[in-house]
Design a protein. Structure first.
Lengths: 150, 145
């Protein structure tokens, strides 16, 4: 009879212990380390004359999303913000680096939220942003373009 | 004697089962523990300084916005002397010198400027709009995520 009792003990307890053992093994599984893309914020500033345009190049270090913001447009470096719309675009330099071939652009006034968001690839490496007067400027203005990219 | 042995075996089985179940129960309860929520309310800061009459007369205070961004609101609380009009703006900072503004207004006490912003470093700026004739002290209240 003792053996029968012992048998009952083994058959009733072991499955429960095994269930717990399964819990333990699942909790010790090593998670896969997430891949984190590091984003860099750059600012490109300069002056823009009426009926002119400017472009700046920069390097991409990884695949990801690039966001571009015309963060400031002022008549003087300390002056009030202008709301004059100008052209803003992103793209890649042409073969001789003499121009920025735009893939996305818009006409916009300054904002503190991203105005253009595009996917970029490390393979392309070099991208560019451009700003240009659309015929609205009467005098030279100072601009700041903020670019966040991988 | 035989009954006693059976009871002993049964008792051991029940006891061990309870202990084992308690262990499992502990595992389950720890996995359902709720994390302590992080406060996400807006932050209010006070910016007090002064500005001189000049083409480059300005004062600004930087602020960092994390997460997904939000709305930055700056209110000109007071000026000394009272009733003076100053420039009040919000601009981008951290990656460029000074505080180039993305939005600005001509402000008297009570005036407010607000902007939706992404995560990043920004600044609230008070500047001479070209009309100041003497030093102006001011207080600005800034509310941001």
């Amino acid at each position: 009879m003792f053996r029968r009792g012992l048998c009952f003990f083994l058959t009733s307890v072991l499955p429960v212990a095994a269930a717990c053992s399964n819990n333990s093994s699942s909790s010790t599984t090593n998670p896969t380390a997430p891949t984190t893309t590091v984003y860099i914020t750059e600012a490109f500033s300069g002056t823009l004359d009426p009926n002119s345009q400017q472009s700046k190049q920069f390097q991409i270090a990884a695949d990801g999303t690039m966001s571009v913001t015309l963060a400031s447009l002022t008549a003087t470096s300390n002056g009030p913000a202008l709301t004059t719309p100008v052209g803003l675009g992103v793209g890649v330099p042409n073969a001789d680096n003499s121009a920025c071939v735009l893939s996305s652009s818009l006409v916009t006034a300054p904002s503190l939220q991203a105005q253009i968001s595009v996917g970029v690839t490390k393979a392309t490496a070099t991208y560019c942003v451009a700003i240009g007067d659309q015929g609205n400027l009467k005098t030279t203005v100072t601009f700041v373009i903020k670019v966040v990219h991988p | 004697m035989t009954r006693r042995l059976v009871r002993a075996g049964l008792f051991a089985a029940v006891l061990a089962g309870v202990v084992a179940a308690a262990g499992c129960s502990d595992s389950n309860s720890s996995s359902t523990t709720s994390p302590t929520p992080t406060p996400t309310g807006p932050t209010t800061a006070t910016f007090s300084s002064f500005v001189y009459p000049s083409a480059i007369g300005a004062a600004w205070q930087n602020l960092t916005i994390s997460g997904t961004g939000g709305t930055v609101t700056a209110t000109l609380v007071s000026t000394n002397p009272p009733g003076v009009t100053v420039g009040l703006g919000i601009g981008v900072a951290g990656v460029v010198s000074g505080c180039p503004q993305g939005i600005s207004i001509s402000a008297t006490a009570g005036s407010q400027v607000a902007a939706s912003v992404d995560a990043g470093t920004y600044c609230v700026k008070v500047f001479d709009p070209g009309t100041l004739t003497s030093k102006v002290e001011f207080t600005v209240s800034i509310v941001h995520p």
